[in-house]
Design a protein around this ligand. Sequence first.
Ligand code: C5P
Length: 230
Amino acid sequence: MKRKVYVILTAAGKGERFSKASKLKKPKQFIRLLGKPVILHSLLLFQKCKYVDGIFVTSGREYFEYIHSLAASGRIIKLSGLVEGGKTRFESVRNAFLEIKGNPYDLVLIHDAARPNINIDMVNDIIKAAMRSGEVIYGSKVSETVKRSKNGFVTETLNRKNLWFVQTPQVFRHDVLKSAYKKSGKKNDFTDESGMVERAGNRVKLMEGSKENIKITSASDITLLKKLMK
Ligand code: C5P
């Protein structure tokens, strides 16, 4: 049986910090960037990716109609479900995962809608790597010195040699994610799914991605992305 690949594109953040600072009313994943809403950049890419079978998008209910119309105008025929998000990113992704009726060896690719600067090679490469070795995440090596602090004073300088900044996409086997969710129980303070999968005792492969795969956090990220994605 062919292994299916499902995408969870998480877009349920309210982006209050970003909206306040940038004076834009919409959450960052819906503002326009180079002629289209930020989320549409990733939707079009996953639609185009030959490995992807279905796309589940999380958002607030008030955006369901808007996303439907975006999908219709962009011919995103792989859109398989709109799922209401939760209070945290972790809860939003879990809500979407519960909607996927996958087989154990199917793959689930999780991506932040607020990271529009990905390309088809990156997506194909991580899916192919996951087909070979299971759990795979993108990251970039830390190139600055990192310190731990207490009350504003340095307590430790970390060895950066083995430190990574972690990004999305992240890809997991369906059964591995399912049992990691089960094992994690009520614990829900993970900042990414890899954290939960690691804690459940699985090996996660790190793949070096691009430092330009930035997550929109402030208005200056939009200016930077416009230059990078032109
Ligand atoms: O808030 P942060 O920048 O970490 O958000 C990363 C991604 O997670 C964004 O695409 C955002 O829409 C999503 N998110 C979510 N549900 C939340 C909070 C954030 O899907 N409750």
